[in-house]
Design a protein around this ligand. Sequence first.
Ligand code: AMP
Length: 115
Amino acid sequence: MPNIFAKIVSGEIPADVVYKDDQVTAFRDVQPAAPVHILIVPNKTIGGVEDLERSDETLAGHMLLVAQGLARQEGVADDGYRLIINSGAHGGQEIEHLHLHLLGGRPLGPMILRR
Ligand code: AMP
């Protein structure tokens, strides 16, 4: 069964898509954690980082460069931003379709809460 991000890629369900090419789709997070919160996902379904294969190397690098371009486009590159990929249960991954979070537009604080 296609996951929700696969459905966004195919256009089956709507999203605020800010960028699309033959490899990736980028859209605004429905529950933004910062003024800029964009998700960059591969068009093909890859469950997460643990499912990446050697043949995905170009795609994985492309996701980073698309994030860089979007950060500049959104006007957050100069002040800085954060890229996050959650992986698995302890990583807090909710949706099993690889996605790179681009967050910016305010100081984001420490990377994780220290306990
Ligand atoms: P993660 O916890 O890394 O799996 O992140 C999943 C993210 O997907 C969360 O930040 C959600 O707010 C976001 N999300 C869930 N459903 C949608 C949707 N339909 N459109 C945009 N973002 C979504």
